[in-house]
Design a protein. Structure first.
Length: 445
């Protein structure tokens, strides 16, 4: 059963009128003599946008500047009225939109806390009880009785965010609030958002920080020229956005974008001399893994950079090696060719992963071809009992002086014992060639 909606946006459209006037005095005088009128143009910021945001969901809005993200958020907040369609929201909505919105610059921080809260219909008594918490969260104790016009942009955001999160909101709207403020306060805000997520509070976020959207949001939507271009899992929507930014979607399996100056035509996986099955490529922890990338380059390209990425199936970015960071300068390439990345001992713990392959210019700015998470990789148990986290580290545990590996006193005069994580949990030593035992387990290696 679907969760009940916290926000329902039904075919919302919003337009603004742009008046074009002559800029110079001479042009205005001539226009008055000739009876010229100012020209007006209708700009549609939103056209027929429909979304349902479930209660307890963290929803991200992304898109290029001017696509209508902030306008949509202001309509949900009730600041703007739609020209067409409707928005229905359940519960108290608090918002952190424009910098200093809801603040009077000539009032002190103390006075603005009560003013801002009153705009949300919160009683003065409730804010009085939470006043100290709000000030402490904002970290503005020394400045709370100064006019907010003397505040920096970061102080504005800290005060606004502190008020917004202490009003028992059921829906929180955030527009680029994390773009202002130092790293410490950003971490504090992220912890607060995590707390709201655990409590089932609905959050709607606008941000150009795509990693933040993918990390925090359960779903996302992409707006383009005021219309809904994509909605779904954050990674998928971000892939659509990348293709939109480069102006060319190269097609193929998974999301893909780039100029096409170099094309990645195929990716093969090998373990030793064995080519892994494309439909279900399976490898064990600690096995060797080799990734072979095939490419086609019709015209000579100088110093391209090839790279890979590995993501776990829940979206966790495990690693992202590339030729530039490895110190490999490819010079000029042309025609068809291959490039390989070899892992002698795969540290990934059992699970399902996805590989991405990409090639960029030397400055890592222009993507020639970026194929995102299009190669599956299944990792199975390979002799380790470790299951926490993503990788097995090549470390070793040791006991201190006077403690045996079983927890009792040592009988060797205090010599420490060492247990390697590579063999912990197995009762047999690894064969010199790392062969599997009869029961299929792999030991050591």
């Amino acid at each position: 059963m679907l969760a009940p909606s916290a926000v329902t946006i039904d075919r919302v459209s919003k337009s603004f009128t742009l008046a074009r006037r002559s800029s110079g005095l001479k042009e205005r005088a001539l226009g008055a003599v000739r009876g010229a009128r100012e020209t007006r143009e209708t700009l549609w910021a939103l056209r027929g946008v429909s979304l349902q945001i479930a209660r307890g969901e963290t929803f991200g809005l992304i898109g290029p500047n001017g696509c209508g993200k902030s306008t949509l958020l202001q309509i949900v907040a009730g600041i703007l009225e739609p020209d067409e369609g409707s928005v229905t929201a359940s519960g108290r909505i608090t918002s952190l939109l424009e910098l200093g919105a809801g603040f009077s610059p000539d009032l002190t921080g103390r006075e603005n806390i009560f003013l801002n809260a009153s705009l949300y219909g919160v009683s003065r008594d409730l804010i009085a009880r939470r006043f100290d918490e709000i000030v402490a969260f904002s970290e503005l104790e020394r400045f709370i009785d100064m006019p907010v016009r003397t505040y920096s942009s970061g102080m504005y955001v800290r005060l606004g965010f502190a008020v917004a999160v202490h009003l028992d909101p059921e829906v929180i709207l955030v527009d680029e609030a994390f773009a202002v403020g130092d790293e410490r306060f950003q971490r504090k805000c992220l912890h607060t958002i995590r707390d709201f997520q655990k409590r089932g509070t609905t959050l709607v976020m606008v941000s150009h920080d795509l990693l933040l959207i993918e990390h925090l949001c359960t779903r996302a939507a992409l707006l383009e020229h005021g219309t809904l271009a994509a909605v779904g899992a954050p990674a998928d929507v971000i892939g659509h956005y990348h293709a939109l930014n480069t102006g060319r979607d190269l097609g193929g399996t998974g999301h893909r974008w780039g100029t096409g100056a170099i094309e990645i035509t195929q990716v093969e996986l090998f373990s030793g001399d064995r080519r892994l099955d494309e439909a279900s490529p399976t490898v064990s922890t600690r096995d060797a893994l080799r990734v072979r990338v095939h490419y086609k380059c019709p015209q000579p390209i100088e110093r391209p950079v090839f790279g890979l990425a590995i993501h776990r199936d829940d979206g966790v970015h495990v690693t992202g090696p590339n030729t530039q960071m490895a110190g490999l300068d490819l010079g000029t390439i042309a025609g068809e060719g291959t490039i390989e990345y070899a892992i002698d001992r795969l540290p990934l713990l059992p699970g399902r992963y996805y590989l991405s392959a990409a090639v960029y210019d030397h400055e890592l700015i222009t993507p020639y071809d970026h194929r995102d998470r299009f190669v599956p990789l299944i990792v199975v148990e390979g002799g380790t009992l470790e299951r926490f986290g993503v990788v097995e580290l090549p470390g070793a545990w040791s006991t201190g002086s006077g403690v045996s590996s079983g927890g009792g006193a040592t009988s060797d005069g205090g010599a420490s014992s060492v247990v390697s994580t590579a063999t912990a949990g197995t009762t047999r030593r690894a064969a010199p060639n790392g062969d599997r035992s009869e029961n299929g387990e792999r030991h050591g290696g």
